[in-house]
Design a protein around this ligand. Sequence first.
Ligand SMILES: [Zn+2]
Length: 155
Amino acid sequence: MKCPRCSSTDTKVTDTRAVQDQISIRRRRKCNVCGHKFSTMEIYCRPELVVIKRDGAEEDFDDEKIIQGLQKAIKSDGTSGRKIEVIMQNILGNIREHFFQKIPSKEIGRIVMEELKRIDPIAYLRFASVCKNFHKTDEFEEEFKNLKQPDGTEV
Ligand SMILES: [Zn+2]
């Protein structure tokens, strides 16, 4: 981990503490070259979560499924990759903050819709019109799968 001030890699950890119910670790570091003090965070790459589906079945959380859904909902252009990146960051941050072991699939649907609405309202409206009924957001995976281009072709 480079020192943000002088870019030296000669740094040492001066303090380590767990935050957020032990799901992340914060470290205080000090640069041995310029003396600059800074902090780093260590967190899971993705939530270690079990998803509870509408029928009660459980499966491992898979962020790839959400990414695939977003790729279908968001119009592919020069900015879509970056948009998906931002939306995924927000979604994973939101999930980490509120869910620790289990998450109902409808909550994932709600969070995905919320972020989509904020970052890409057009994709959100398109998605919402496919869903028709907002109470059905727990079926978002199915709806994502069935999503078609406005002209009726498969995405
Ligand atoms: Zn330094």
